[in-house]
Design a binder for this molecule. Structure first.
Ligand code: FES
Ligand code: FE2
Length: 348
């Protein structure tokens, strides 16, 4: 079950170059391409003639040309050319999905187009602020339900066990962290503090702390169904981080975009922004490599978890104290799902 009436990341803006891209999003086949006017477009990925995916075609001055018999469709999904005949069959149109380019991402609306409101897209201005937050991004196709990835990001006690060699640090500091959750209509905000702890390997590699121990924070904003905005960092212990002084140590921002492919697979769009040595491109590269390594650790955990859950779907699982944010996120998801009207794909 998917939430249809919301915006999801379909691609990084710079993924769209000369070639179209075919993607399964919320179970539907979509072709993404950038017209010669530079505008990014999303259409049903199935030619109106004999059904070849248009992602096998090519981009022309008039839109996208099917790679089989050459029909061309414009950015609205309207057939504008049929080789060898003047008449355009009136039904030769494709579904168009609203697509908005914002903050270096392409956001797609998979529900009824009339309900798409671009002002509701999550803001992430840091992607455009390359002076203060230079970043690199990636996308991992993960064979797990998208909600398992949200669960993962809502319960950071896993850092000490899964990410001991990267951003984790020692497990005890995670278990004793304080966590303040603020529920919101469409998600939640949480603030997590790990006081007077050792900096994890990724942090220690990135900056030279003045003291051996640091105060460390993780601030998350969850926007159901598919976006999480994170700011994390650490400064020398007892120098006022909790009171608002968060400059001068290690600091990074992470964007997480989670877009369902099927019930048991999703696309994980993530970016890592360097907030400590902004003038050094190699520092941004190093951060990107470390975060990528960290998220690959999650990737294998999530796929193993999905395999286990799929094998024993009826098993009841227990909740523990660390599940507070995760449980709230699930409640919001269920509420949103219940509020959805039945989705009937136009192509059905
Ligand atoms: S299948 Fe696309 S033109 Fe024939
Ligand atoms: Fe993780």
């Amino acid at each position: 079950m998917f939430i249809w009436n919301d915006w999801y990341v379909a691609a990084w803006a710079d993924e769209l170059k000369e070639q179209p891209i075919g993607r399964t999003l919320l179970g539907e086949e979509v072709v993404l391409f950038r017209g010669q006017d530079g505008k990014a477009v999303a259409l049903e990925n199935r030619c109106a003639h004999r059904g070849l995916p248009l992602s096998c075609g090519s981009i022309t001055g008039r839109g996208i040309q099917c790679g089989y018999h050459g029909l061309t469709f414009d950015g609205e999904g309207k057939c504008v050319d049929v080789p060898g005949q003047d008449r355009i069959p009136p039904r030769a149109n494709l579904r168009r999905y609203p697509l908005v380019e914002k903050d270096q991402m392409l956001w797609i609306w998979m529900g009824p187009p009339a309900r798409a409101d671009a002002s509701k897209i999550v803001d992430y201005p840091y992607h455009n602020d390359t002076t203060h937050w230079p970043h690199r991004h990636d996308m991992y196709p993960i064979r797990c339900n998208g909600n398992l990835l949200i669960d993962n990001l809502m319960d950071l006690t896993h850092l000490g066990y899964v990410h001991g060699q990267t951003i984790g640090g020692d497990a005890d500091s995670h278990v004793t962290a304080t966590m303040q959750i603020t529920p919101k209509d469409n998600g939640l905000h949480f603030m997590r503090w790990m006081m007077n702890c050792l900096p994890p390997p990724t942090f220690a590699k990135a900056v030279r702390f003045g003291k051996q121990r640091v105060d460390r924070w993780q601030e998350f904003d969850l926007h159901i169904p598919g976006a999480i905005v994170q700011w994390s960092g650490a400064i020398d212990a007892d120098t006022g981080a909790k009171e608002g002084k968060r400059e001068g140590g290690f600091s990074l921002r992470l964007f997480h975009g989670i877009t369902p492919v099927t019930e048991s697979s999703c696309l994980y769009f993530w970016s890592a922004s360097n907030g400590y040595r902004q003038d050094e491109p190699q520092a941004t590269e190093q951060l990107f490599a470390e975060v990528g390594r960290t998220f690959k650790e999650d990737w294998s955990i999530l796929e193993a978890q999905q395999r286990s859950l799929s094998r024993y779907p009826e098993r009841n699982y227990v909740d523990i104290a660390a599940d507070g944010a995760r449980l709230h996120a699930r409640r919001v998801f269920e509420r949103r799902l219940a509020a959805e009207q039945i989705h009937v794909p136009v192509s059905a």
